[in-house]
Design a binder for this molecule. Structure first.
Ligand SMILES: Nc1ncnc2c1ncn2[C@@H]1O[C@H](COP(=O)(O)OP(=O)(O)OP(=O)(O)O)[C@@H](O)[C@H]1O
Length: 228
């Protein structure tokens, strides 16, 4: 039986007192790849932030990787975060240390202690993103595509059931975008990790078709099609 990774029912998404999206209903199954599309300012990031516990869910019901978002508190949000990975447009890597130490920082922050196990895990995620021999590079020495791969490696550290990616190809040239798309699709297909990717990039969407969820005029429309 399919495992539901995201289940949102009748949710209202707020930024402060502003209602950004109303009556959101969305289900995402294990291993599904889903685009979140919509014009700028229509609430894609707000919806993702709600899913990773950055914005509180005040109205409606939502469960993400088994966590009830209505019951999440600042104390329990780290547990939710350990079960999902977040990938950003601007990478958000630490520039004062190399790739291995960026990844180790996250492992330590999420409760890992054993040095050998941490090193094995880092080697594993770097291998998965095609950066096997790049662990000793400083992040500022890397290309945008490589930095995005490190960001994805970081998201994979705790073997998440879900990756939430906010415009992951936004800063990349078309060829590098292709590499990142192939990687994200491969992660969904081969590891059964669900991926929800917010994007404006219609070239990417056309090239790699998948289910589309659209934010528009305060609503979320499932199985949307793009009209140019
Ligand atoms: N921190 C904030 N405080 C108050 N309002 C915000 C905040 N962040 C976003 N908003 C508002 O919430 C609405 C939705 O913004 P959001 O960033 O979710 O849209 P988006 O679709 O992700 O846009 P983009 O594609 O530009 O990232 C916008 O009206 C925005 O101005």
């Amino acid at each position: 039986m399919a495992e539901t990774i995201i289940e949102i029912q009748d949710a209202n998404i707020y930024q402060g007192d502003n209602l950004v999206l109303q009556n959101v209903n969305l289900q995402v199954q294990k291993g599904e790849f889903v685009y979140l599309v919509g014009k700028t300012g229509t609430g894609k990031s707000s919806l993702l932030k709600t899913m990773y516990g950055e914005l509180p869910l005040k109205q409606g019901q939502a469960s993400v990787v088994g966590y009830d978002l209505r019951k999440i508190t600042w104390k329990t949000v780290p547990y939710l975060r350990r079960n999902l990975g977040v990938v950003f447009q601007d990478f958000q890597l630490l520039t004062d240390r190399n790739v291995n130490d960026n990844l180790k920082f996250v492992l330590r922050a999420t409760g890992w202690k054993d040095e050998k196990l941490m090193n094995e895990k880092i080697a594993d995620v770097l291998d998965k993103v095609g950066l096997k021999s790049k662990g000793f590079k400083m992040t500022y020495e890397m290309s945008g595509g490589e930095q995005q791969r490190v960001d994805i490696a970081r998201a994979l550290l705790n073997s998440p059931k879900l990756i939430l990616a906010d415009e992951p190809t936004g800063n990349l040239d078309p060829e590098t975008s292709d590499e990142i798309m192939n990687l994200l699709i491969h992660i969904a297909r081969d590891y059964g990790t669900s991926v929800v990717m917010a994007t404006h990039d219609y070239i990417v969407i056309q090239k790699y078709p998948a289910r589309m969820v659209k934010t528009e005029a305060g609503r979320v429309i499932d199985n949307a099609t793009i009209v140019h």
